[in-house]
Design a protein around this ligand. Structure first.
Ligand code: NAP
Length: 256
């Protein structure tokens, strides 16, 4: 099992199909498990096939249908193929969570082109490719939802993250445009902007840096993956049907 707690929201997603990218570990895995606990059938996408197998086993152990797809979110042909296969396997697609993302931190004046390209390709282009491929099947859903995982870095910037903050600001712009384009089809498109959440991504910052970060967070702690998963559940739920183009920060007050 992943580190996640039980969902604190009671949301009924039975009969729905959700696709989560970057579902093998971290936030993506917790989000996929939370959606599955609420009754959704899961299409789990990741480049890390070994850990993806563990995530699928954990979801199936809950008695929920889940299928893995190995996919690099930057590969447009593969992304289209995966979405086609998901629709063929489950017969529908209702919820897309664009979560796969990376960091390649470094100060702006020393940042290499490959650091910039990798982060923009995975975080921003990957989100675009899955949104484009999934939009048609999601438009057929009576309550289509697209939820993009951005970051507070895309709202406030962060030294050492020119590439990452640009990619996440781009995700927010993409979210707003997609929300306007898809609204007439009843599809809502929102972003969740986490602050510092305890996953492998932040563990590599080191304990000293994490302690400094904790002091900057008004609520006095790092977020847990479940804090983000619960925000996703809310946006996926019928209770959020009139919310679109919104950026929901989950940051303990960091951006206040
Ligand atoms: P994580 O623990 O590093 O997990 C990311 C997952 O995405 C991994 O399984 C990774 O595979 C996969 N992935 C990476 N590149 C991929 C690609 N090209 N195609 C498909 N899958 C790929 O990250 P996380 O902390 O859970 O973060 C998830 C999302 O939340 C990201 O978008 C991140 O930017 C965002 N976020 C996180 C935080 C935080 O504090 N953790 C804060 C704000 C926003 P590998 O194992 O092979 O790397």
């Amino acid at each position: 099992m992943s580190e996640c707690m039980k969902p604190r929201l009671s949301v009924d997603l039975s009969g729905q199909v959700a696709l989560v990218t970057g579902a093998a570990r971290g936030l993506g895995r917790t989000i996929a498990e939370a959606l599955a606990r609420c009754g959704a059938r899961l299409a789990c996408i990741d480049i890390n096939t070994e850990l993806l197998g563990d995530a699928i086993a954990a979801i199936r152990a809950m008695g929920t249908e889940a299928e893995p797809w190995a996919c690099d979110v930057t590969d447009g042909d593969r992304v289209s193929q995966v979405v086609d296969e998901v629709v063929k396997r489950f017969g529908q697609l209702d919820i897309l969570v664009n979560n796969a993302g990376i960091t390649r931190d470094g100060l702006l004046i020393r940042m290499k082109d490959d650091q910039w390209d990798a982060v923009l390709n995975i975080n921003l282009k990957g989100t675009f490719l899955f949104t484009r491929a999934a939009a048609r099947p999601i438009m057929k859903s009576p309550r289509g939802r697209i939820i993009n995982i951005a970051s507070v870095s895309g709202l406030m910037g962060n030294p050492g993250q020119a590439n990452y903050s640009a990619s996440k600001a781009g995700v927010i712009g993409l979210t707003r445009t997609a929300s306007r384009e898809l609204a007439s089809r009843g599809v809502t498109v929102n972003a969740v902007a986490p602050g510092f959440i305890a996953t492998d991504m932040t563990a590599k910052l080191g304990e000293e840096t994490l302690e400094l970060i904790r002091k900057e967070i008004p609520l006095g702690r790092m977020g847990q993956p479940q804090d983000v998963a619960d925000a996703v559940l809310f946006l996926a739920s019928p209770a959020a049907e009139f919310i679109t183009g919104h950026v929901l920060t989950v940051d303990g007050g960091l951006t206040v």
